[in-house]
Design a protein around this ligand. Structure first.
Ligand code: EPU
Length: 442
């Protein structure tokens, strides 16, 4: 039975939603619990798919994971960590990209790691070459990449290394951190990612006893220690979910208070939001986002690594730009294939043209390589309801808010993908006044 979400559009979304811990931190914090020699407690944990996947992966590796039914806090006890069977591992093939981050902690505890074939959103090739190079620098041996995944061993232990990343990759930087904290000696990583979620992971590792400094110019130094203890940590709020609801308020001409949204992690987004004509009010408890009336303004924008405009904010914002008066240009510099979602917007009435040229000033790895990674959006164009199949998490959210703003009715399939990053999504939509209903079809 497939689920179909029917959306009757044209209703401004109004009310309050609460965002909890960041999808791009929480699963990694759960992996870090493997590094401790005592239980860790993680707070502000959202009910999303990656949390369920990592819970299951931890359990098959002998970690006891218990959830406080009232608060949702997770307690993870790694004292029984053991090798999982390849069959157990294989049940997680294609589920998520997080399993690649189990390598360092498992190599430290067990001397070996078997990683299933990875999943995650289809927004480009998403290779793992940086991760495997990082692990080789520490002395790991990558035995095979066969049908059951990747098998990695460290028969002589892991030793700190000097690493220079080809790109400030979030995942590869996390790979370095989760491996270096218990490796012998010092590690220095140049060209590291410094996203807020990375800094939160560093805070949590510091609580465990790790020695880490973040230097100038994206250089992180880690002095390995033999033992780490468990942590007690409250995950930072999800800035991507916050930005998504902000765009939903703008697109539907609504007014949404995002409880838990943190201004300090959203500076580049808030700047852009105001530039195109959205308004916001920051309070201690969250941020109110609203359409103040009048025309939205077009803009020229490039996605970038932190502190730039994040690639995950781009897709919902594109929907808002279809309603701006004039021509907007977006140059996507993080992923080569993150505009596929615009096809459905065009079907709904938007005018979006894709180009393989770099329409921007940031040097990007995708120019002259046939990747349609620049978009020209002409607005305003009325949107009408359509039948849409969700392609990935953020693209899917954009389709949903386009359908919520559109005249008429839309039918959306593939809605399960939204659970990867948006907790209690249907409840939130209903609370905001959306006219939606979920049905099942054979
Ligand atoms: N890359 C490689 N080789 C690698 C790793 C990355 O070429 O081994 C490339 C990627 O293909 C991409 C670029 O480097 O072009 C950046 O990728 P990065 O490693 O930074 O991304 P990630 O760690 O796989 C995380 C988030 C993404 C977010 C990016 C960028 C998680 C679970 N995912 O992915 O979030 O877009 O960082 O900030 O943390 C989302 O939330 O929807 C999402 C896709």
């Amino acid at each position: 039975m497939a689920k179909v979400l029917t959306i009757h559009g044209g209703v401004p979304l109004k009310g309050k939603v609460t965002v909890r811990g960041a999808k791009n931190l929480v699963p990694k914090a759960m992996v870090a619990a493997l590094l401790g020699d005592s239980p860790s407690v993680l707070r502000n944990v959202p009910e999303i798919k990656d949390v369920a996947v990592v819970t299951s992966l931890l359990k098959i590796h002998g970690v006891t994971v218990s959830k406080d039914e009232v608060t949702g806090d997770l307690t993870m006890d790694p004292s029984g960590t053991k090798t999982a069977t390849s069959n157990e591992i294989d049940t997680h093939a294609g589920d998520s990209r997080i399993p690649i981050l189990f390598c360092g902690p498992l190599l430290h505890s067990l001397g070996e790691a078997l990683i299933p074939n990875l999943g995650g959103c289809k927004i480009g090739d998403r290779p793992i070459d940086f991760h495997l190079d990082v692990l080789r620098h520490f002395g790991a041996e990558i035995d095979k990449a066969g049908p059951l995944g990747t098998s990695i061993r460290a028969p002589h232990g892991l030793t700190g290394a000097k690493i220079s990343l080809p790109y400030p990759s979030v995942g590869a930087t996390e790979q370095v951190l989760l491996t270096a904290v218990r490796a012998k000696g010092t590690t220095e990583v140049e060209n590291a990612a410094i996203e807020p979620e990375i800094l939160d992971l560093i805070s949590l590792l510091q609580k465990m006893g790790a020695i880490i400094t973040v230097g100038r110019d994206r250089v992180i130094r880690i002095i390995g220690v033999e033992k780490l203890n468990g942590y007690n940590h409250k995950a930072l709020p999800d800035r991507n979910e916050s930005a998504s609801w902000a765009s939903a308020a703008l697109v539907t001409k609504g007014d949404i208070f995002v409880e838990g949204a943190a201004q300090r992690d959203l500076t580049a987004f808030l700047h852009t939001y105001r530039q195109i004509g959205g308004e916001f009010e920051v309070t201690d408890d969250g941020i109110r986002f609203f359409h103040p009336g009048g025309d939205l303004k077009p803009l020229i924008l490039e996605t970038d690594v932190h502190p730039g405009f994040m690639t995950d904010w781009q897709q919902p914002l594109v929907v808002a730009l279809t309603q701006a008066t004039g021509v907007s240009i977006i140059h996507e510099t993080v992923y080569e294939n993150r505009f596929g979602f615009t096809n459905a917007l065009v079907e709904m009435g938007a005018k979006v043209q894709l180009h393989s040229e770099c329409l921007g000033a940031i040097p990007c790895r995708f120019g002259q390589r046939n990747f349609q990674h620049s978009a020209v959006i002409t607005g305003p164009t009325p949107l009408t309801g359509a039948d849409v199949d969700i392609p990935d998490l953020r693209g899917g959210f954009s389709h949903l808010i386009a359908a919520l703003a559109a005249e008429g009715t839309s039918h959306v399939t593939g809605i399960e993908l939204i659970n990867r990053g948006y907790e209690k999504f249907m409840d939130k939509l209903t609370d905001l006044g959306a006219r939606v209903e979920m049905n099942e079809i054979a």
